[in-house]
Design a protein around this ligand. Structure first.
Ligand code: PHE
Length: 453
């Protein structure tokens, strides 16, 4: 994403790059803890339904807008209709909010990688205390956060994403195989079958509006939607690439890895805690507490743990790089800064915004939003549960009623027939906007404690 618009060599290049941005901590860290927290099977079911409708329609729309205009979010909306340029601006804020806290988690992953390599703690002491003690400190988590965001910035600054992407093309398949091995192992731990049932079989009594909101926010996050990233990627693809089948492949990849991550973590939570609701509701710390226990119980667990966290680190880096690239190019375009300055400024802003998220589990742990959210949860909530649904809603309204779906359909049909055209139109014009408004309304009222859903 440099100054001139380059283009992907072909469909495979595009699908892999988009999947590199999509597959990351969202799949491996965020999906399992949400599924554990929001009722297991019911969350999984809602997520899959949303992926096949919302996710599919929005991703197609964003990529098509990008390819049609050849521009990134702000420019693309402006080029299509000046009055809607503001949607591009709101979309542009999202990665600015996500990058800092994403890097805090990236820092935790880096710490775990180094701890496993050096044969330290998490395996020897597979207790909940290790992680809690670590994030409650001030200096150490900030150090790891700085290392993670520093690596991201160096890659973006020197423009060596291609190198990272090449490595990650090798790492990703290994990650899938290793995740499969760990998942199979977890599933066969004594007591884990209950967890498999919890994860796979939907319990409709656990359904609530918040389940849908959480699943929807996760979907946008995981597929890198509603923040302009897919628009930018779309602007790099050639006209003869089939958008429909690319979207299908990216979705299968992204959802498949999330599903497997859930299978690694959730059965293990049951094996070690018997499905204790407190363990299931651990939130952002779940992966860091459960997986070390799995590794501790595995023969060769230290090595497996080290390899696993290395792979996760790569998946996280390809995502954080795409986040930072986006922010840097917005600063370059809008503030007319050169690349060096925009990298420096973005790095400084991200470090500043990341500090509260890092401190929020220790020194600043008393500061809670809406009486329950730490800084990290709060930033996550603002981006995933508020801004992204708003951007998604406005995108649907814009395409459904202003630009008209035909513009997107024509763009898709440049490379052959658009098979799921009717579904696309239905989702963009009716299903998605109505659902988003309802869910968003409920969730904001709920977060503020006005209603209980
Ligand atoms: N989709 C990435 C993940 O699942 C996160 C991300 C969001 C990356 C937005 C880039 C842009 O981890």
């Amino acid at each position: 994403m440099g100054d001139q618009r380059s283009s992907f060599t072909g469909k495979l290049g595009f699908v892999l790059a988009a999947a590199g941005s999509a597959v990351g901590l969202g799949n491996i860290w965020r999906f399992p803890y949400l599924a554990a927290q929001y009722g297991g099977g019911i969350f999984l079911l809602v997520y899959i339904i949303l992926a096949l409708t919302f996710g599919y329609a929005l991703m197609t729309a964003e990529i098509a807008i990008g390819r049609k205009t050849g521009l990134s979010a702000i420019g693309a909306f402006k080029a299509l209709d000046k009055r809607y340029a503001f949607v591009g601006y709101i979309a542009a804020i999202v990665p600015v909010i996500i990058l800092p806290y994403y890097s805090v988690i990236g820092g935790w992953v880096t710490k775990y990688l180094v701890a496993f390599i050096s044969g330290q703690a998490p395996v020897a002491d597979a207790s909940d205390a290790y992680f809690g003690d670590f994030i409650a400190q001030t200096g150490e988590p900030i150090l790891w956060f700085s290392i993670f965001i520093g690596i991201t910035a160096v890659v973006v600054f020197f423009g060596v994403e291609k190198g990272i992407e090449k490595v990650s093309k090798v790492m990703m398949p290994i990650l899938i195989v290793l995740a499969l091995v760990i998942a199979v192992y977890s599933v066969f731990l004594p007591g884990a079958m209950e967890g498999v049932k919890y994860y796979i079989l939907p319990d409709f009594s656990k359904f609530s509006v918040t389940t849908v909101l959480a699943a929807m926010g996760q979907l946008f996050y995981s597929m890198s939607l509603a923040m302009g990233i897919m628009i930018t990627y779309g602007s790099y693809i050639k006209k003869d690439v089939s958008l429909e089948s690319s979207v299908k492949q990216i979705e299968i990849f992204d959802t498949g890895i999330a599903f497997m991550a859930g299978l690694m973590v959730i059965p293990a939570v049951f094996a070690f805690s018997g499905g204790d609701p407190a363990a299931l509701g651990k939130g952002p710390s779940l992966m860091f507490i459960t997986l070390p226990k799995v590794f501790a119980s595995m023969p060769g667990g230290t090595i497996i743990g080290a390899v696993f966290f290395l792979l996760v680190l790569f998946a996280a880096l390809t995502s954080s790089i795409s986040l930072m690239e986006t922010v840097v190019s917005i600063f370059q375009d809008k503030l007319k800064l050169n690349r060096t300055w925009s990298c420096v400024i973005v790095l400084l802003i991200s470090v500043l915004l990341g500090l509260p998220s890092s401190l929020g589990f220790g020194a600043w742990g008393d500061i809670l939003f809406f009486g329950k959210m730490s800084f990290l949860d709060f930033f996550d909530f603002i981006s995933n549960s508020v801004l992204m649904p708003v951007v998604a809603f406005l995108t649907c309204i814009f395409i459904g009623y202003v630009l008209k779906p035909k513009a997107i359909i024509d763009e898709v049909e440049l490379a052959g027939k658009f098979k799921r055209k009717d579904l696309f139109v239905f989702v963009i014009k009716y299903l998605a906007p109505i659902c988003i408004v309802l869910i968003l309304g409920f969730s904001i009222l709920e977060a503020m404690g006005i209603i209980k859903v």
